[in-house]
Design a protein around this ligand. Sequence first.
Ligand code: HEC
Length: 109
Amino acid sequence: MRTPALAILTAAVLVTGCGGSGGSGRPSLAEGARVFATSCSSCHTLQPTRGTAPPGGPLGGYRFTNAQIESFVRTMPVPRPLSDRERRAVAAFVAHAERSGAVDRPAPR
Ligand code: HEC
């Protein structure tokens, strides 16, 4: 009997699609920051690191497009699968962090 599982899945998609801060439309940077903190920060920082780099390394020095970041995110071993919205949110957040100048550039090699 597959219907209940499908109904739950659909409900979950609807909830994650519409819920959270900001409601509809583009996900906010705060939403992306939250996804980064829960799904990416175990392996990445946004700053250049001193001492031991985390396994995924710092992301601050890149100039990826949102689309490039999203496609990387699809291949990342995240702790749980991300929704499309979460993927867009975290890509926008990382892209913003890379461009905002808030993040130091690593020295050119
Ligand atoms: C379990 C560890 C892990 C997690 C969690 C993880 N990553 Fe990664 N990530 C890596 C590793 C390792 C690489 C390097 C892969 C390579 O070079 O082939 C990488 C590479 C990347 C890259 C390409 C830049 C580079 O340095 O190669 C981006 C962008 C990226 N990750 C973003 C993210 C985002 C955004 C998240 C959260 C949604 C995330 N990652 C979660 C381990 C992780």
